[in-house]
Design a binder for this molecule. Structure first.
Ligand SMILES: [Zn+2]
Length: 179
């Protein structure tokens, strides 16, 4: 039996839809690190986690379609941030667009920045409410699933996610899922 406490799902994280024409972050940046990155104002992703009934921590990963940049790899929902968006707004928007996960089922708890100077990728770490569902993947996702934290590196990871995963894992270890 699962006891569902909805209190943390209702604590005011609202996301408002907006006109697609307002998207101004799409584009490549030539970064001083030598790579090109997607997102003129940086990019944001969301690392969603939960604790399973037997106490194992799991994260929500997306298997990206073969035809997208760095395709056929596992990573977190994310994408270019628009100039008028906060990091959290961008991360919640991407989660909804790519997977159908609603922002009211996510509780952002921490932020990790991978700062390259010219560009940065911000990851919002958010816990999932028990009723969270990802029921409308877009065509960039071929599969989505919960993966135990200690099994993440068994998957073929997106190169950027692979690079930051050990740092993200440390932040994650210090977070207590709200109940
Ligand atoms: Zn860079």
């Amino acid at each position: 039996m699962t006891i569902v406490d909805e209190s943390h799902a209702l604590c005011g994280w609202m996301w408002q839809s907006r006109d697609m024409a307002a998207r101004d972050g799409d584009g490549w940046i030539q970064c001083q690190c030598g790579s090109k990155h997607w997102g003129k104002f940086g990019a944001a992703g969301i690392l969603i986690f939960r604790d399973s009934a037997d106490g194992k921590r799991e994260i929500f990963l997306q298997h990206r379609a073969p035809w997208v940049h760095n395709g056929d790899t596992w990573g977190i929902p994310g994408g270019a941030r628009d100039s008028h968006e906060t990091v959290t707004e961008a991360a919640l928007r991407e989660a909804f667009e790519e997977t159908g996960i609603k922002s009211e089922h996510l509780k952002p708890l921490a932020l990790f920045s991978d700062d390259h100077g010219d560009w940065r990728y911000d990851t919002v770490l958010a816990s999932a409410a028990p009723e969270m569902s990802a029921d409308s993947p877009n065509d960039e996702s071929q599969e989505m699933r919960w993966v135990a934290v200690n099994e993440v590196t068994l998957l073929g990871l997106h190169p950027s996610f692979a690079k930051t995963w050990s740092d993200l894992r440390q932040v994650l270890n210090n977070l207590v899922a709200p109940l």
